[in-house]
Design a protein around this ligand. Structure first.
Ligand SMILES: Nc1ncnc2c1ncn2[C@@H]1O[C@H](COP(=O)(O)OP(=O)(O)OP(=O)(O)O)[C@@H](O)[C@H]1O
Ligand SMILES: [Mg+2]
Length: 453
């Protein structure tokens, strides 16, 4: 017999009143060794040599589409049969909405889908179905329960190809002493679901909640076990949602899906640059265009600054969507390299469109936008700025430069201001129609581009 903390999973051979790992009181419950053994010896068969495996011509399960291209892209080309996918994200960000849309998309391809909700009643689910205008004809089934046994029964009787469990934290098992959501329950249920997925060749989507710190509740238990971990991110006050994969056993984690929350649910943003820029460009004083990359995708976006005399002894520095420390650093670099002063100015910096990024390649557009607003001088509307600015004011090349230049050319912006140093394999001649202007430091760039002096 050993004891396991139901809060953090710490295990000890003796019962303890207080957990030494997470500090929780009265959280230790007994776990029998038999149970642990059973869990470990799940479904491993005898070992095979590589040659034998080749001969057997083993293959991954087939892939099928979710009906949303942005989701398929993140999954590596669609859902793999018999895979276990964990979807996580902040409360109210749209996990259930996304999964219902996926369920509809898959059911429309004549695959049977079971949506098990442990958080909402059937009527609540129905209201969402109505609101999102979900198609009634395809084989999509709903079940509201917080018991694993009932969910299991539903799966056995319906024999679906896809099952959605929303959420695993609210599900419990009758003969388990631990509360739903505790680490021991999560461990138990996730290995059971894994077995169902692999043995019955069902693609399973699990919703996992995040803790205050933003990690999936339960110390990595779920992440280790599942095949794919997806995060739905976004700002509750903005409709933009990004779907990322943190782990994918069937594809790259470099892909990102871009979605927008609308009245009718989550809609794909197929052309992000057009989404962020629109048809008209608002560039002028304080607004600089750049190309933001997220995973493998490049998108033209705008960065805006407002520099205004301060009424306080300590001027304000506000940064929306970018790291505030980076803003402080860039202000210091500009002050050191030019005669401009910001010490009596409030500075507001914003990434347009609800984007959050920590990309250093956007330093150069940030500097241009700050100086433009400080001096009330317009920035050229047909130019894209790309480059990292170092502490001594030098401009370094942006990673994925080619991709960024191609994207800006696609959006009709044919002038690029960047670093004069190029990566080894980079040849500017490849971009015939694009004019590439390179500068070695921020002072030279600001002067020659007509903002300073
Ligand atoms: N009647 C409505 N009209 C428009 N939008 C709505 C409506 N009801 C909900 N929403 C949107 O859907 C979001 C909730 O989506 P959803 O329930 O899918 O989130 P969730 O991530 O599953 O939340 P939870 O963590 O509570 O399960 C809300 O934040 C809101 O933006
Ligand atoms: Mg939900």
């Amino acid at each position: 017999m050993s004891y396991c903390c139901s809060n953090c999973g710490y295990s000890t051979p003796r019962w303890l009143g207080k957990c030494p790992q997470c500090g929780e009181w009265n959280s230790f419950l007994p776990v029998s060794r038999k149970e642990i053994k059973k869990e470990r010896s799940s479904s491993y068969s005898s070992p095979l040599s590589l040659a034998e495996i080749k001969e057997k011509n083993l293959q991954l399960g087939n892939r099928f589409s979710t009906g949303l291209k942005e989701v398929d892209r993140v999954l590596g080309g669609g859902v793999v049969e018999g895979s276990l996918v964990l979807l996580s994200g902040d409360p109210g960000i749209g996990k259930s909405t996304l999964l219902l849309k996926i369920a509809e998309g898959i059911a429309q391809k004549d695959k049977r889908v079971l949506y098990v909700s442990s958080e909402e009643s059937l009527y609540q689910l129905y209201l969402r179905v109505e609101r999102l205008g979900i198609d009634y004809n395809p084989p999509l089934f709903l079940l509201s329960t917080n018991s694993f046994e009932e969910a299991r029964e539903g799966i056995s009787s319906l024999q679906p190809q896809v099952v959605i469990i929303d959420s695993i934290q609210n599900l419990g098992r009758e003969d388990l002493e631990f509360l739903p959501g505790s680490v021991a329950t999560l461990r138990d249920l996730s290995s059971r679901f894994m077995e169902i997925a692999k043995k019955e060749n069902i693609a399973l989507f699990l919703v996992g909640h995040v803790t205050k710190e933003g990690t999936i509740a339960g110390p990595k238990v779920l992440e280790h076990l599942v095949d794919v971990v997806l995060y739905l991110e976004g700002n509750a006050n903005h409709p933009l949602r990004l779907l990322r994969s943190m782990k994918n056993r069937f594809g790259s984690t470099q892909e990102v899906g871009i979605l927008e929350m609308q009245e009718k649910g989550l809609v794909e943003v197929m052309d992000p640059s057009h989404y962020f820029m629109g048809e008209s460009r608002f560039t002028g004083v304080g607004t600089a265009c750049t190309v933001w990359t997220e995973g493998k995708r490049a998108m033209v976006v705008e960065i805006q600054s407002l520099v205004h005399p301060s009424y306080f002894d300590f001027p304000r520095r506000v940064s929306l969507g970018m790291d505030l420390n980076r803003l402080h650093l860039l202000l210091a670099v500009i002050e050191k390299n030019t005669r401009l002063r910001f010490s009596r100015q409030d500075v507001y910096l914003s990434m347009v469109g609800g984007i959050k990024t920590s990309e250093t390649a956007l330093d150069l557009p940030v500097c241009f936008s700050l100086v433009s607003s400080r001096l009330n001088r317009e920035i050229d509307k047909g130019t894209v700025y790309l480059g990292e600015v170092g502490l001594s004011g030098e401009i370094r090349p942006a990673p994925l430069l080619e991709q960024r230049i191609r994207e800006s050319a696609r959006m009709g912006i044919k002038r690029v201001v960047a670093s004069s140093y190029h990566p080894k394999d980079f040849s500017p001649d490849r971009f015939g129609e694009v004019t590439l202007v390179g500068y070695s430091n921020i002072k030279e760039a600001l002067e020659k581009e007509g903002l300073l002096g």
